[in-house]
Design a protein around this ligand. Structure first.
Ligand code: 2RA
Length: 342
């Protein structure tokens, strides 16, 4: 069984990773199309041993595909996803546009695969925010074992989360320091080179940022509405790979050795946790990897049934493209779609 797939936003950092991930996971493709805004018309993007020429989103005939992997930002998704869904294909959208819509499932395949059938309401599935995905992949097996009550998380988010422009700003400002030049902040609110910025996405009325709010509401929707989450999201001068320091309070006792064993067995997780120099994973080592890495697992005696750990993942892969392609695999495995040659 093979599928006709369109990648919308194919020239962006995540769009390119989506194409690379479809190829690496050998997703069963009958036809593949690269789609982008008119300004990218004709731009070539790599796929397998060749290239695909980008087609214009406004002109593309979506009735000829089964699955649309969409990574073109919230405004484009709001304008297009519902229209495309009505034409027949299932849209897997990487933006925040549909995540909290009650008629749109928000899916991390290791956590809530059964929500896949809810996609039939609008033919849209939302891909969660990158910082939420890696956290819920790690929390899920621990929640099954001891019931998570409350999570306090601080993130260390790479510039790739702000797209190619974010990475370029880090690169240009870093180079400028050595030639005594000046590259003023554009994508970020302060200089990102040799700095950290405790601000991602817009501020909300209560003082939290939208990125912090997303971690809370998305965790509730994906994993359990009873879990309380308090997040502080920080941009750091890293190109790719988000890191998180996660403190969890459980309903029931869970010691660090048991937690380590549970995480070792959990899907999508690799535990690297040696208490010695370098016996943990930093963002540089997770680039291009599919797993979410967990290190520094410790009991937290400052609270009853407390556990702390460090969690690192490639935000362009599991945090975006890989999770989207795994959702497409789930559609295939569960028989949600009728493929073209069925
Ligand atoms: C960021 N979470 O890192 C965003 C990307 N989805 O800015």
């Amino acid at each position: 069984m093979t599928y006709r797939v369109a990648v919308v936003g194919a020239t962006g950092a995540v769009g390119r990773e989506m194409l690379a991930t479809l190829e690496e996971l050998e997703f069963p493709i009958k036809e593949i199309y690269a789609v982008a805004s008119r300004k990218s018309l004709g731009v070539e993007v790599s796929f397998k041993n060749g290239t695909l020429k980008c087609e214009d989103l406004e002109q593309f005939d979506f009735t000829k595909v089964d699955i649309v992997l969409m990574s073109a930002g919230g405004d484009v998704s709001k304008k297009w996803s519902e229209k495309i869904g009505k034409l027949g294909p299932i849209v897997i959208d990487n933006s925040s546009a549909w995540r909290m819509d009650p008629d749109v499932p928000l899916i991390v395949p290791e956590v809530n695969p059964d929500a896949i059938w809810d996609c039939k309401k609008k033919n849209i599935i939302a891909n969660p925010n990158c910082s939420t995905i890696q956290m819920v992949v790690a929390l899920k097996p621990l929640h099954d074992a001891a019931t998570v009550k409350r999570v306090v998380v601080s993130t260390y988010q790479a510039t790739a989360g702000a797209g190619k422009e974010g990475m370029d700003e880090l690169w240009d400002q870093t180079k400028a320091v050595f030639v005594m030049g000046d590259v003023p902040p554009k994508k970020f609110t302060k200089e990102i080179a040799f700095n950290v910025i405790p601000h991602i996405d817009v501020f909300m009325e209560d003082g939290q940022t939208k990125e912090e709010w997303k971690m809370k509401v998305e965790t509730k929707k994906i994993l359990d509405p009873n879990i309380e989450v308090f997040a502080t999201c920080v941009r750091v001068p890293v190109f790719v790979g988000h890191s998180e320091s996660i403190n969890v309070e459980f309903e029931n006792p869970l010691d660090e050795a048991t937690a380590r064993e549970i995480l070792r067995e959990a899907p999508g997780i690799a535990v690297i946790d040696k208490r010695e120099n370098g016996g943990y994973v930093s963002p540089k080592e997770c680039v291009g990897e599919f797993d979410t890495f967990v290190s520094r697992i410790r009991n937290d005696p400052s609270v009853q049934n407390g556990l702390a750990f460090w969690c690192v993942s490639d935000n362009l892969r599991k945090g975006a493209a890989l999770n989207a392609v795994q959702i497409a695999q789930l559609l295939d495995e569960r028989g949600v779609l009728t493929p073209v040659d069925a």
